[in-house]
Design a protein around this ligand. Structure first.
Ligand code: 6PG
Length: 249
């Protein structure tokens, strides 16, 4: 993904990245609700967005009437019960989502407690298809994504079958360090989004971020393949993650 195709904003540190991401999510949420009475967002897993979920729950916006019009999904999930510390849903819920005035039936988590990842992926696809009934591909107003040091995003890892899935909306994967069963949105779903926001923080991500934004081909970086033809890509990074960019942080 050439830098010109992504809007990069660099912030001093992870706290500023989180605050800016919260403001961006709220801005887009209010706009979507004004336009069509709803806001469909897919949240990211991992640790980077925890500060974002805390920020959303800490301000007055937590009590906003906006939330009852918001449908929350996840870009990926580990196949574990929600109370497991590895659960992306559980992490986001505890970090702040539980304090937002979301409607219970608008929280669309992956049933990580399902024994089999493939079955969990099928159940999640059914949930998506009931929300986006009749759509060829679901169009999220906003998809939040992280970036792994290896260039993965969601649970789309280099060389994985899930990364090459062209038909289904979800896929099961056995990936990560250590490898674990996961469910992920597929690339066509990510590329149907109206907007994608990568949150990238820390020096460990500097090489992956440079690869993500490099004008040169970097085929082995799954996150570069997130290029919604009818959507925009934003990257919010902190200075440490931006350290390897040509024009620096
Ligand atoms: C997951 C995430 C994954 C994550 C990146 C970055 O379930 O692991 O969805 O894609 O976003 O690995 O993770 P950190 O934010 O913890 O660095």
């Amino acid at each position: 993904m050439k830098k010109g195709e992504a809007r990069l904003r660099v912030f001093p540190g992870p706290a500023e990245v989180a605050r800016a991401a919260a403001a961006e999510l709220l801005r887009r949420g209010r706009h979507a609700v004004r336009q069509r009475g709803a806001f469909d967002v897919a949240l990211s897993g991992g640790s980077t967005p925890v500060a974002l979920y805390e920020a959303l729950a800490s301000g007055s916006a937590a009590r906003s009437g906006l939330w009852r019009h918001v449908h929350v999904f996840w870009g990926d999930e580990r196949v574990v019960p929600p109370e497991d510390p590895a659960s992306n849903y559980g992490t986001a819920w505890k970090a702040g989502l539980r304090r937002l005035r979301l409607s219970a039936d608008h929280v669309h988590r992956v049933r990580g407690e399902t024994a089999d990842a493939r079955q969990a992926a099928v159940l999640y696809e059914n949930e998506l298809r009931s929300r986006f009934a009749g759509a060829v591909w679901p169009r999220f107003d906003l998809v939040l994504l992280g970036l792994g040091a290896d260039g993965h995003t969601a649970s789309l890892f280099p060389g994985s079958d899930a990364l090459e899935e062209k038909e289904r909306w979800t896929a099961a994967a056995e990936e990560g360090d250590p490898p674990r069963p996961r469910v992920t949105l597929t690339l066509p779903v990510l590329n149907s989004a109206a907007a994608v926001l990568f949150l990238v923080a820390g020096s460990a991500k500097a090489e992956a971020l440079a690869a993500l934004l490099s004008p040169d081909p970097q085929d082995a970086v799954p996150a570069r393949r997130v290029r919604p033809p009818r959507g925009e890509v934003m990257v919010f990074a902190d200075r440490a993650a931006a350290a390897r960019l040509p024009d620096g942080p």
